[in-house]
Write a protein that binds this ligand. Sequence first.
Ligand SMILES: CC(C)=CCC/C(C)=C/COP(=O)(O)OP(=O)(O)O
Ligand SMILES: C=C(C)CCOP(=O)(O)OP(=O)(O)O
Length: 272
Amino acid sequence: MDLEENIIAPKLLTAMRYTLFSGGKRLRPILTRMTAELLAGDVVSALKVGAALEMIHTYSLIHDDLPSMDNDDFRRGKATNHRVYGEGIAILAGDGLLTYAFNILANLSLPAERIVRIIQLISDGAGINGMVAGQVLDLEAEDRKIGLKELKEIHRAKTGALFRTAILAGAFCADPEDKEIDALRKYANYLGLTFQIVDDILDVIGDEDKLGKKTGSDEELNKATYPKLIGLDQARAEAENTATLAREALNMFGEKADNLLQLIDYILIRQS
Ligand SMILES: CC(C)=CCC/C(C)=C/COP(=O)(O)OP(=O)(O)O
Ligand SMILES: C=C(C)CCOP(=O)(O)OP(=O)(O)O
């Protein structure tokens, strides 16, 4: 089914497209593509997998912004989905993006067992063993004192899981060796943590126009963050440390991993 062919409920498609095409860094599809390229995999399939992941990520943002979750008014430089289309349609636009993503994955031109592997990986990382679970932990931690260890676990599931999934799904667009998967998983874990520490820092010091979303919302919702738990300077140092570990994880690939290395710098530079 082509997304454009949805004529039963045109408003659903409009609401899905509204947030999907309102800008966004496209980090997860970029990672999928870079990883497939690193391992000389099928780049066309990687782009399709990346599109599916971006749909899943976009659904998660639409739902994360809802009044029952973070209650945010701005996302990607525009009014949030529910502010424009109302809560009901926003929930359904998220549902539509999530399910359509799996339609794209089911239609990949890869060997059937590879497609099944990618679908398993993504439903796991985006679902009850990854992002959805992380969001639950995040909600439960509001207004509660938590330590760094618990915060790391929340970040690992809420944000890290989809990064890890994007990278490993890119690897399965090739024919990876076990040691390559191990190295990429390590890179993904440290990259995801670096990203979320930087996101925490940007919520304190970031420019709302550049970020396209409101800052200070973690404080407003009384959420535990790296700057809150260890201070801004220590949080920056921690982001540098995890970035170094992400770089080291790529050592076995040498220069071939330059793009993945540059992505670490891109994430770090955003908070400097
Ligand atoms: C199943 C769902 C709804 C998952 C949401 C996952 C997620 C990473 C939300 C954004 O996190 P955030 O609140 O830390 O970021 P932002 O500041 O961009 O809202
Ligand atoms: C996971 C978090 C913290 C939500 C924002 O993710 P991104 O910063 O990748 O958002 P977009 O560029 O896709 O809007």
